[in-house]
Design a protein around this ligand. Structure first.
Ligand code: 3UK
Length: 513
């Protein structure tokens, strides 16, 4: 059981404590244009907190929208908000005015800090918003920009005395089904995720250099690229652009040791690994989507490193089922992270025995609290969080991902998990990427349809279709083979690397006569 004092501010614990203990000159954060020690990040955050409170009248509990690519400045803004006892509402850099407007409204955002290079869409949203009172730009040379204002403020700040269960973060889900949901997290939640997965599974060291792709607005990135390195006084590299092509040279340049990205990114990087000196790298974490066994094998072959897989969710803040390198089991996500419990529930809410597919339920120190959203009732049942994933627990108590519950394909009376068919296809040397969904079919209800991106040098013809179908039939129950195969040049993905199956399905609808 995790114990926290009643009064708690996550910025005091994660940031100020290093300076207070005399270790403020440790390297904390590197970006393209600046590089800060813990003391320098603290001084920046303190000055920004003064700006928010004194120049913009920020009060504890106010909601502050953040918009920007991953940079040290964005991290300083995040800690400034915590220090002022306010609530960070982090937003994904690619969001447009309409989506930003929904967030301003839903989270009742009163203040915003925005990278000037991403001002356009937020200004459009502000014009429509009755709630946003102040908007200040950073990465700005303007006399009223954040840098100029912060330069006029002192470098110390007395943190607001927040309660452990004061809300400090509202994270929005990507909302593939309906409007995005705001998930509220408390100061103690931020510290809880720092005490569960990192010390038990990641096991970071003080001299580690973290790097990766997820935006800080995605809680996978917030934890992996900002909070977790700070639990051991390590440093982090924040890249503004972190495509697989940009990540590899950056790992080499910064001598990074711990990498966080999505499974698809490891798959794209694997064949290019030989062109870079990745000798510094010691740990690689995959999350956001199921990790296919073929991708784990490719990465291990290319780098010698066993990927650490973990399933997390915005609702639960971070990873709750995972494994360390010694316990990796291809095709399985692992076991509940210390502090969390998990089980598989059947249709009637009964706990299912090992081997049976059902709904994943999770309980732990963090959990779903939607902001003013009736969908809370669908996510939490008797204190258990229902993540929307179909899973099974095997005989070794390892949890094995099947599909999103609403992505299961039902064909001729069989339940078929698209990702299992994808995992089989990905083992074929001609397949670069693939996505498998159900296509409406008169006779069978649905048939299994595969969208396939071929590796260079392979021909998309009828012979290839037959070869892929036979290949799948040889590995999994033959009724799961893709009756339809369509070749394409790329697959639709979110900013966080997730395959957008709903778009594959709607493309199917469009294609129908
Ligand atoms: C899926 C996975 C299989 C799964 C996240 C790490 O992805 C994160 O949060 P989101 O709210 O999505 C949650 C859903 O994504 N998923 C994530 N990781 C895995 N499926 N294996 C995995 N390893 O459907 C889950 O319900 O965007 C991941 C840390 C923090 C996060 N917010």
């Amino acid at each position: 059981e995790l114990q926290f004092p009643e009064r708690l501010n996550c910025a005091s614990e994660l940031l100020d404590a290093w300076v207070a203990s005399g270790q403020g000159d440790r390297l904390c954060i590197q970006g393209v244009d600046v590089s800060w020690t813990y003391a320098q990040l603290q001084a920046q955050a303190n000055a920004i907190a003064h700006v928010l409170v004194e120049d913009f009248g920020l009060l504890p509990g106010n909601r502050v929208l953040l918009r920007g690519a991953n940079t040290p400045q964005l991290a300083a803004c995040w800690f400034a908000i915590q220090k002022a006892g306010a609530i960070a509402v982090a937003t994904m850099p690619l969001l447009r005015a309409k989506e930003l407007g929904q967030i301003l409204d839903k989270a009742q955002v009163s203040h915003a800090l925005c990278d000037e290079r991403l001002s356009e869409e937020l200004l459009l949203a502000q014009a429509q918003s009755p709630v946003l009172k102040s908007l200040c730009f950073y990465h700005s040379a303007a006399p009223d920009g954040l840098e100029a204002r912060a330069a006029a403020k002192p470098g110390d700040f007395s943190n607001v005395d927040t309660a452990a269960d004061d809300c400090c973060l509202i994270a929005f889900t990507s909302g593939t089904t309906g409007a995005p949901k705001g998930c509220m997290h408390f100061h103690r939640d931020v510290l809880a995720i720092c005490r569960c997965w990192p010390p038990h599974l990641l096991k970071p060291q003080a001299d580690d250099v973290f790097i990766g792709s997820p935006p800080l607005a995605f809680t996978f990135g917030l934890g992996g690229l900002l909070l977790f390195p700070m639990t051991v006084g390590a440093s982090t590299v924040l890249l503004e652009k972190a495509s697989p092509e940009a990540l590899l040279p950056a790992i080499a340049k910064y001598r990074a040791t711990v990498c966080f990205t999505a499974p698809t990114s490891y798959r794209v990087m694997a064949p290019q690994v030989g062109q870079f000196d990745l000798s510094s790298l010691r740990k690689c974490v995959s999350a956001g989507e199921a990790l296919p066994a073929a991708t784990r094998a490719l990465w291990k072959e290319a780098t010698g490193i066993e990927l650490i897989d973990g399933i997390g969710a915005t609702e639960l803040l971070h990873i709750f089922i995972s494994h360390d390198e010694a316990h990796a089991k291809p095709g399985a996500t692992g076991r509940p992270v210390p502090g969390y419990r998990a089980c598989i529930l059947g249709e009637e809410g009964q706990v299912l025995p090992p081997g049976q597919v059902g709904r994943l339920a999770v309980k732990g120190p963090t959990g779903c609290r939607y902001l003013a959203d009736p969908r809370q009732q669908g996510y939490v049942l008797n204190g258990w969080n229902l993540t929307g994933d179909a899973y099974l627990m095997d005989e070794e108590a390892c949890f094995v991902y099947q599909a999103r519950t609403d992505d299961m394909i039902i064909s001729g009376g069989y339940n078929i998990a698209g990702p299992e068919v994808e995992a089989a296809l990905l083992l074929h040397p001609a397949v670069a990427e693939c996505g498998v969904v159900g296509q409406a079919d008169e006779a069978r209800g649905q048939i299994v349809k595969a969208f396939v991106v071929l590796r260079p040098g392979h021909v998309a013809d009828a012979a290839m279709v037959k070869a892929l179908q036979d290949f799948v039939k040889a590995q999994v129950a033959p009724y799961k083979y893709p009756r339809a195969v369509e070749f394409c040049s790329q697959l639709p993905r979110t900013e966080t690397g997730k395959l957008q199956r709903f778009r594959l399905r709607s493309d199917l609808l469009k294609a129908k006569p």
